[in-house]
Write a protein that binds this ligand. Structure first.
Ligand code: FES
Length: 112
């Protein structure tokens, strides 16, 4: 799984590939993904412009950590690297980072 900037990626670049958008995060039974639950719990977003980007970048981070766990002391750097280029004018990023950190720590096998 790798994040793509949808605004600058031509559709031909993903021809034949599986594409997951924020609409595909919740399970088919309507259960929200743990990241979505954590974002809601921490009031991570207000307007919703930034939320899809933060969610999908966080999902890519979780996927990456499932394949390659990191030391607990590297969590904040990993979050910064994963979502640091996303812009949110509402919440000051702290709540996003808190939510992502919580999911990483609550998901077995992501940290060593
Ligand atoms: S929630 Fe408003 S820009 Fe992110």
């Amino acid at each position: 799984m790798e994040p793509l900037r949808t605004c600058t990626t031509p559709i031909s670049a993903v021809n034949g590939k599986i594409v997951t958008t924020v609409e595909g995060l919740a399970r088919s039974d309507g259960q929200l993904h743990p990241l979505q639950k954590a974002f809601l719990k921490h009031f991570s977003f207000q307007c919703g412009y930034s939320a899809p980007g933060f969610l999908m970048a966080s999902l890519c981070l979780i996927d990456k950590l499932q394949r390659s766990p990191i030391p607990r002391t590297s969590i904040d750097n990993a979050i910064e690297e994963a979502v640091g280029q996303h812009v949110c004018r509402c919440t000051g990023y702290v709540r996003y980072y808190q939510a992502i950190r919580e999911v990483i720590l609550d998901t077995p096998g992501l940290v060593t």
